[in-house]
Design a protein around this ligand. Sequence first.
Ligand code: PFF
Length: 454
Amino acid sequence: MKQPTTKRGFSGKLGYVLATAGSAVGLGNIWRFPYLAAKYGGGAFLLVYIILALTFGYAMIMSETALGRMTGKSPVGAFSRFSRRGLVRAGGWINAVIPILIVPYYSVIGGWVLHYLLGYLRGQSAAMADDAFFTAFLASPLMMELCFLAFALMTMLVIFSGVQHGIERVSKIMMPVLVVLSLIVVGYSVTRPGALAGVRYFLIPDFRSFSLMTFVSALGQMFYSLSIAMGILITFGSYTGRDVNIESTTAQVEIFDTLIAILAGLMIIPAVFAFSGGDAAALNKGPALMFVTLPKVFSSMGGAWIGILFFLLVLLAALTSSVSLAESACATFEDELGWSRPRSAALMSVILVGLGSLSCLGFNLLSGVTPMGMDILSFFDFLTNSVMMPVAAAAICLLILFVIGLDRMETEISSSSPFRRRRVYRIVIRYFALVLLAVILISSLADAFGLIHI
Ligand code: PFF
């Protein structure tokens, strides 16, 4: 198929790789990955995660990027390029709507990170070690809203600047800074007394701690972390040309994303071990691990500066991801409504402030509103990542299998470079993808209805 020309686009391969890595590396790596790994078996979780990323994750990233590049369009346009049937268009829309719903609640968590960074900068390290710090913050609608709005504003400023001047330039600066900051924090964390037991727990697989939940949670985390089925990779694929070797850039993004997740595990898990001696209650903290347990660890280590560095790095990572989510949403508005970038960005800003404020208020003024027994933020997370994401990914696989055809995908991928892992790609998409997606959907629903505990 002829490559359609778009006015938006990355300036070259480096811009594309860094922006895609920036979209992948985010709260998923630093906040979510370590608490899941701590809870579900450390090294066993890590191993399963890597195997899934190299097979299933690899095939999904390749598919989305190729789909974007082939059509030059964001998700809805990309899907409807192959068929005008309603069901096919619906597949595009579900991929397009996901980032629109994620960016608001993601920015609320970004606001929490900002609040912690400011707390360390103001020298509140001791106060932040108290559980009351987080609960008092959640209970204050004004503080929550202000932090959220500040984070949302940073995100939208980048979006208003366009692709090359916005997302590409920001990623080129932030990604290297992120790596340097990560290495400093890891160096500090693993050299604390007692931390080595944590390094061992995290890096050496012990299959006695393997369970079905290890597999299911690693599978869901892989989608989250690599930004699969979020519309982002299709959109970014549409910004690239045939000078980009999709296979090698996919490998680079996966390696970078997994490396940062491992570094985040090495920042947090050994520090928690040094603090608690590997106590199961500390390791099972879940989402609170970063906001409640870690400040205690930092304060016991007596270094406020480590708190500053850590939360600065989380902020940068979260920002590049929220920018990518918003970019994907704006591209849909531009393509489907024919709107200019400022107008699309303005619409995204309105949705962002509206839905994000609802998530903020869900912890205080609207705490009585609990869809499916969850607070509003958790509900949006559940709806997008547990329900819509597997359906969106299945829509991509079905489009490839039954409308486009695997051969045509291969032709697209190999148009810019030899396709080395063709067999892995075919086997995953043809035989495994739909089954694994059904596993994610069923297990998340079973978890939400209290039948199992993820
Ligand atoms: N992959 C990014 C992260 O790990 O934070 C971006 C992202 C993906 C954000 C999925 C939110 C989300 F639900």
